[in-house]
Ligand binder design. Structure first.
Ligand SMILES: [Zn+2]
Ligand SMILES: [Zn+2]
Length: 428
């Protein structure tokens, strides 16, 4: 039987990998411009980290984790998200005692046992940032500006920013009572999940994707009307800073994050053009999380971006296909006895930083030229018996058809010059 990739996973073949490389490079460069530095944490962690750091009542922890026992019977979990591992690393290395804030980004695979559907995978890639050690509302604005700058660097301009404040534990407490009073009479109309949520954490009922639940609770009190003066001021500064930087946003009362460690700013970014799963990223403040995970009482903020959805958005842009690229130089070897000379020339070119290749399947000279064309070669170095004896090489420009002979010793510098003229990137 043929073995296929597991359900909910996919391969990125080289033609697509070019797009991934472009997106990843652009994102890293933008994050670094904002003063963020990369952190890499393990792909699996102790299960308890996510139970504490994500919350046992969340769908992620209660239904979607890849949890297993290792050979020593420890419970481990493939990371379903990137924030809890960052918090763990921040505490474990005692970075709270150093220079603050700490500004981190990460990029890598996450794992959730979700029902696979368009745009959702069981192994998926996330880019995210976390900042620890500042409660400044201008930082909230900077984090949102980073997300937006990433999108515009990628050429994605048709995004929508949704913004809300979820307050602090104090103002949320008063609000929660109002919400419970509102929902209690209609509790029976809610879906099974929401009835459990209502008992555990009524704010999460607002998060339900189920239309009937939304109808049942219609007219519910909004958190915005219950913010304390500090939380209100924080939100006002964030909004003013965004306006100052000409970011248009939509205030969204439905944008609540039900867990207690989330505080103040919450946001999501949508790209409406990519279909029902239009949210490409989101995040917010989590001033209670570091302490929840066993660290000191230090504020934090972050966001995560789904790379697959970003790539979908990139694909949906019109007439954009400048990313496919070939190998710039091909060495055509005219005869089996010159293979060794050909490989030696490749080695010289590669050491000089030039991307190049040759045939390894005994193609005829004519077939090698066709092959070079398929690979997208701009220059073909023709290495024949006669040339080898005289110590010269012929170089053909595949675009103009022009062909010139040069001595073997000047080949590398000649090719470098030719490629530079045609704008080929050249590390040499
Ligand atoms: Zn408050
Ligand atoms: Zn529901």
């Amino acid at each position: 039987m043929q073995i296929k990739a597991p359900r909910g996973t996919y391969d990125i073949l080289p033609d697509d990998a070019v797009k991934w490389q472009f997106a990843e490079k652009t994102i890293r460069r933008t994050a670094e411009r904002f003063g963020y530095r990369e952190v890499r944490t393990p792909v699996f962690e102790h299960t308890e980290l996510f139970e504490r750091g994500v919350g046992v009542t969340t769908d992620i922890v209660s239904k979607e984790m890849y949890t297993f026992k290792d050979r020593s019977q420890r419970s481990l979990t493939l990371r379903p998200e990137g924030t809890a591992p960052c918090v763990r690393a921040f505490i474990e290395h005692s970075l709270y005692g150093g220079v603050l804030p700490v500004k981190w980004y990460y990029l890598g695979p996450m794992f959730r046992y979700d029902r696979p559907q368009t745009g959702r995978y069981r192994q998926f890639q996330q880019f995210g940032v976390e900042v620890f050690g500042s409660d400044n509302p201008f930082l909230d604005a900077e984090v949102i500006l980073l997300l937006i700058n990433i999108l515009s660097e990628l050429g994605l301009t048709d995004y929508e920013v949704h913004l809300n404040s979820v307050g602090c534990p104090q103002c949320r407490d008063a609000y929660r009572h109002k919400l419970i009073e509102h929902i209690r009479p209609v509790r029976e109309k809610l879906c099974d999940d929401c009835r459990v949520r209502f008992e555990q954490n009524p704010l999460r009922v607002l998060d339900c994707k189920n239309e009937t639940c939304h109808l049942a609770i219609t007219g519910y009190p909004v958190l915005m009307d219950h913010l304390c003066s500090e939380c209100r001021e924080h939100y006002e500064i964030v909004q003013a800073a965004l306006r100052e930087n000409r970011v248009t946003y939509i205030h969204d009362d439905n944008l609540v994050r039900g867990l207690d460690y989330y505080t103040n700013t919450a946001f999501e970014v949508h790209i409406p053009g990519i279909g029902a799963q239009s949210a490409v990223g989101g995040g917010g403040r989590y001033n209670g999380l570091v302490q929840e995970c066993g660290g000191p009482d230090l504020p934090g903020i972050g966001f995560a971006l789904g790379m697959e959805r970003l790539l979908t958005a990139l694909d949906s842009r019109e007439g954009e296909n400048t990313l496919s690229r070939g190998i710039p130089v091909f060495v055509a070897v005219m005869g089996a006895e010159l293979e060794g000379t050909g490989l030696k020339l490749l080695q010289e070119l590669r050491q000089a930083g030039i991307e190049c290749d040759k045939d390894y399947n005994q193609r005829s000279p004519r077939a090698q030229l066709k092959y070079a064309d398929k690979l997208g070669a701009r220059l073909v170095v023709l290495l024949g018996e006669e040339e080898a004896q005289k110590g010269i090489l012929s170089i053909r420009d595949m675009q103009s058809g022009e062909q010139i002979s040069i001595t073997a010793t000047e080949a590398v510098s000649f090719i470098q010059k030719k490629l530079a003229e045609s704008g080929e990137e050249n590390a040499g």
